[in-house]
Ligand binder design. Structure first.
Ligand SMILES: *Cc1c(COP(=O)(O)O)cnc(C)c1O
Length: 441
């Protein structure tokens, strides 16, 4: 594909440059500090895997705004689809007078989500809103109230989803009261617990049975690959055992695929890496519309239709422009073979950095699927989390033109969520920068 910006890192000022510094001063004077930022580098435009800042520096983007621009920045076909729709019709509210784009996105989601049964969708604006709707739908269908989520989970920042999110800081501190009937249960974290999938599932199930009661539980929410939790991939067999337990106990299994979904891991949905487990409901958001706000809950038609008309929805959900963008994204993923590109990114990154645990004492493990990779940093010779090393590496990376992300309940996982169109050469260059950072520790 043709990129409007050459796919190379190029620094023309110190980072952040003078224009970023000036914007940062205005930002401090006008924007809530609660909207914390990873790096105060102000961006002007982007293409593919390169972001260009307001000082003209070209940075390699290994973050994609937390896994959103999976198909690359400002994809020209997505831009054209959105622009064409914006000059035709920008809003009617689907629940007042509907339009075709919404139906087409729902049809496409039914096709690409796991399972061959009849599936229905609801479209909303954000990931958190999708999770909230999945909670409402699951409660309505089952007539039960309890929602279970996993340790190290991230499900959003609204009051309900914040309470389903694992760590107290920074997401939850001082913001209660929180809704009740939400429980966080032990998960499978192979690097830290050393358990097999079956053993970890037995621990999860025992916790539910002894602390909650299986017959109280409406739904079990899980990210098949945890994103903010630190690219944690439960051991093989974990989700199969959990799904069996859910089926035996009338519990819905909800896959939160907001970060890992839509092609990022080399499959449409990351639950596909867990051996044929089929969720009852799936949430999609982040990468689904190339940067436009759109999210969805998709799942079993009988579950999705348990809600009375008017029970779910919202003013902007499934907006005509966002859905036009999403339809372009689906087409690009299929036409350009982007599932295979995500697999290539995995091979290239793991081929390049798979030996980091042997080479660098602070690297405990390198793991991931597709363009979703985590590097767990530890204190040398231990498995103790090393957040100071992460801070040092991220600072080295940004000042040298590489945007990478943090993750993990102990802020000690270096996270890569690059576009799947990132070239092997850019990956090599970015990993070289990170190696320099690791070598200085
Ligand atoms: C980002 C994220 C959310 C929340 O999505 P927002 O669009 O930020 O509300 C929920 N679940 C997962 C797994 C996420 O990564």
């Amino acid at each position: 594909m043709d990129f409007s910006v050459p796919q190379e890192r190029k620094l023309v000022t110190a980072i952040p440059g003078p224009n970023s510094v000036a914007l940062q001063e205005r930002r401090v004077a006008s924007v809530s500090r609660g909207a914390g930022t990873l790096a105060n580098i102000y961006m002007d435009h982007g293409s593919g895997a390169i972001l260009v800042d307001v000082d003209g520096n070209q940075l390699i983007d290994l973050g994609c705004g937390i896994g959103v621009t999976t198909i690359g920045h400002a994809h020209p076909e997505v831009a054209a689809a959105a622009a064409a729709q914006a000059s035709k019709l920008t809003h009617t509210l689907f629940t007042v007078t509907p339009y075709e784009n919404y139906v087409r996105v729902a049809e496409k989601l039914a096709e690409v989500t796991p399972g061959d049964f009849e599936k229905h969708s609801i479209l909303v604006n954000s990931g958190a809103e999708a999770v909230e709707n999945a909670v409402k739908i699951a409660r309505r269908f089952t007539g039960r109230r309890v929602i279970v989520s996993l340790d190290h989970a991230f499900h959003g920042r609204t009051n309900l989803t914040m309470a389903m999110t694992y760590r107290p800081w920074p997401e939850r501190a001082g913001m209660g009261p929180f809704p009740g009937d939400l429980f966080s249960v032990p998960t499978s974290y192979p690097f830290r617990d050393g358990l097999s999938g079956e053993e970890a599932a037995a621990r999860t199930i025992d916790y539910i049975e002894t602390h909650i009661g299986a017959s109280e539980v409406a739904a079990f929410f899980a990210e098949p690959i945890q994103g903010d939790g630190g690219i944690v991939i439960p051991a093989p067999g974990y989700f199969a055992a959990i799904k069996r337990f859910c089926e035996e106990n009338g519990i819905l299994f909800v896959a939160d695929e907001i970060q890992a979904g839509i092609a990022r891991t080399g499959a449409w949905y990351s639950i596909e890496h867990h051996g044929g487990v089929i969720p009852d409901l799936v949430t999609s958001a982040k990468g689904i519309a190339g940067g436009f706000p759109l999210a969805a809950v998709t799942g079993r038609a009988d579950v999705m239709d348990a809600v009375q008309p008017g029970g779910i929805g919202g003013t902007f959900g499934g907006n005509p422009v966002s859905t036009a963008a999403a339809l372009a994204v689906f087409e690009i993923i299929e036409r350009d073979g982007l599932l295979a590109e995500a697999q290539r990114v995995e091979r290239t990154i793991l081929g390049r950095i798979g030996d980091w645990p042997e080479r660098f004492g602070v690297v405990g493990e390198v793991r991931g699927k597709g363009a979703m990779i985590g590097v767990e940093l530890v204190k040398p010779g231990t498995r103790d989390p090393n957040p100071a090393a992460l801070t040092a590496i991220l600072t080295h990376a940004t000042t040298n033109g590489v945007i990478a992300l943090d993750a993990g309940s102990w802020d000690s996982v270096l996270r890569f969520l690059p576009s799947v169109v990132i070239s092997d050469a850019l990956i090599d260059d970015a990993m070289g920068v990170l190696e320099e950072g690791l070598a200085t520790l």
